[in-house]
Design a protein around this ligand. Structure first.
Ligand code: ADE
Length: 233
């Protein structure tokens, strides 16, 4: 098991990462391709925190750049997600066991839905040690959590038909728009990867109402758990 001295943390939006950036001691910022990478110390570890922007392309650009410029020992994606599993409630945590790109689809030419051609992956397995430490950290904080499959795509899911299709295709527990793109960058570079997502909405017809109401409080839970993970890893 690699010793983790340097942790990269990436989130899509400011509300999902700014409070963590503010906690970094002796911080320095480097801007690359318009993304600010803030590095500094937290709980004796070096942390690089970045807001990548929304969607898979920004997520992959950010993870790849972080790997090349900062060589983190692992990367964590923190943020909010829509619930696909009926047992998940607002602000519950989903700890990624696997991630999948639900909008990747070359099935008309015979591939399984979700397959990333070339590397032949549908589900990107997250690092087991990282996921274990995230779960232990959630227990310490008393946060309701479950390990699960996270489906990622360039789409805010806000209707039952789309939600059911993602569940049927992948058995996913939560949906969002960045994790599996970062997972792909980590996979091709052999960097351990983990996902912490707090539920902000039900990815259904009420999602456009729930999301603005709960995104901030859910994002804060994700940051609190990321901080505890850095302490415990
Ligand atoms: N992030 C938070 N809620 C989401 C949803 N319903 N769809 C996609 N990404 C999300």
């Amino acid at each position: 098991m690699t010793k983790i001295n340097t942790v990269g943390v990436i989130a899509a939006m400011q509300i999902e990462i700014d409070a963590l950036k503010a906690r970094l001691e002796n911080s320095e910022t480097v801007t690359i391709s318009g993304i600010d990478y803030v590095s500094g110390m937290l709980h004796g570890k070096k942390v690089i925190a970045a807001k990548c922007g929304i969607g898979k392309v920004f997520a992959a650009i950010c993870a790849q750049t972080m790997i090349i410029h900062f060589a983190p020992d692992c990367i964590i994606n923190t943020g909010v997600a829509g619930a696909l599993n009926k047992e998940l409630h607002i602000c519950d945590i989903v700890v990624g066991e696997k991630t999948v790109q639900h909008d990747m689809d070359t099935s008309p030419i015979g591939d399984p839905v979700g397959l990333v051609s070339g590397i032949n992956v549908v589900f990107f397995e997250n690092d087991k040690n990282v996921a274990d430490v995230i779960c232990k950290s959630a227990e310490k904080l008393g946060f309701a959590h479950r390990r699960g499959i996270i489906a990622c795509g360039d789409q805010f899911v806000a209707d039952s038909a789309t939600k059911e299709k993602i569940v049927k295709n992948f058995g996913a527990d939560a949906c969002e728009m960045e994790s599996a793109a970062m997972a792909q960058a980590c996979y091709i570079n052999n960097v351990p990867f983990g996902v912490i997502r707090a539920i902000s909405d039900g990815a259904d017809d009420g999602a456009n109402m729930d999301y603005p109401t709960f995104a901030k409080i859910a994002a804060e839970k994700g940051i609190a758990l990321t901080d505890e993970f850095i302490k415990n890893i």
